[in-house]
Design a binder for this molecule. Structure first.
Ligand SMILES: [Zn+2]
Length: 243
């Protein structure tokens, strides 16, 4: 066992001590006696629209990614969970959410993957204290045993808040804000890369990332997320990625 591995195990253990998992519901905050869903009480779990289909399956020719694997559909309850995770500064929420997403990944039966988080601008990450996609991808990697690569992509500049904007507008704004990191190509040549994000709304961010990863030689790019908001509802929903 190398030093990096030991330090990662140690930080994982510390996180369990400081934030005992599955004691309070990530959604309503009530104490949980037990639950069938990781970190979410049975009452809240019943109100979530669990959804594992690819909502863009009829429009896949417009996207550079090959498949999309969500856990649930956008709504009041998933929005509360994600807002608590990102705005409520609860990095420990990546543990139960990561476990849920690892189970979604296992449903696909896909193996020999590279898990890559959607990048966040460093300034935004400093402000929040963490990149939620990075934490999720690391947790999914720890559970699934699939490889984690945290630095394949970089967000070079902040993009303006794009609430209520259409997919095409977002695409125009985002196309050149994400770039490949140096040396990314050697790591992903001929490999199946799984992009990890907490929320996929219009699919534009995932598309920008997937396009770059394919250009760099990835044989396949899939997207794994907690919440998906299908493109036809994008105009009516708040853009969680920009909060
Ligand atoms: Zn609850």
């Amino acid at each position: 066992m190398n030093t990096a591995m030991r330090s990662s195990d140690a930080s994982s253990f510390m996180m369990d001590l400081v934030f005992p998992p599955d004691i309070y519901c990530l959604c309503c905050g009530d104490a949980m006696e037990g639950s069938r869903v990781h970190g979410i009480c049975d009452g809240c779990a019943q109100k979530i629209d669990w959804y594992t289909e690819n909502p863009y399956r009829r429009d896949m020719d417009i996207f550079a990614f090959d498949d999309l694997w969500p856990c649930c559909r956008y709504g009041f309850y998933p929005r509360r969970i994600i807002a608590g995770f990102k705005l409520g500064a609860r990095p420990y929420a990546s543990r139960p959410l990561g476990r849920l997403m690892a189970e979604r990944l296992a449903m696909t039966g896909e193996k020999d993957l590279i898990l890559a988080p959607v990048p966040m601008h460093l300034e935004k990450q400093r402000k929040r204290g963490f990149n939620q996609s990075h934490l999720l991808a690391k947790e999914i990697s720890r559970i699934s045993g699939e490889a984690f690569e945290g630095g394949l992509l970089e967000k070079t500049r902040k993009t303006a808040s794009m609430r209520m904007s259409s997919g095409s507008v977002r695409r125009m704004l985002l196309d050149d804000s994400i770039v490949l990191a140096e040396g990314a190509s050697q790591k992903i040549l001929g490999r199946h890369v799984v992009l990890v994000d907490d929320v996929v709304t219009t699919g534009t961010t995932a598309d920008s990332c997937a396009r770059l990863l394919k250009q760099a030689g990835a044989s396949r790019v899939s997207v794994l997320c907690f919440v998906v908001s299908p493109i036809y509802t994008a105009m009516d929903t708040q853009e969680e990625n920009d909060v």
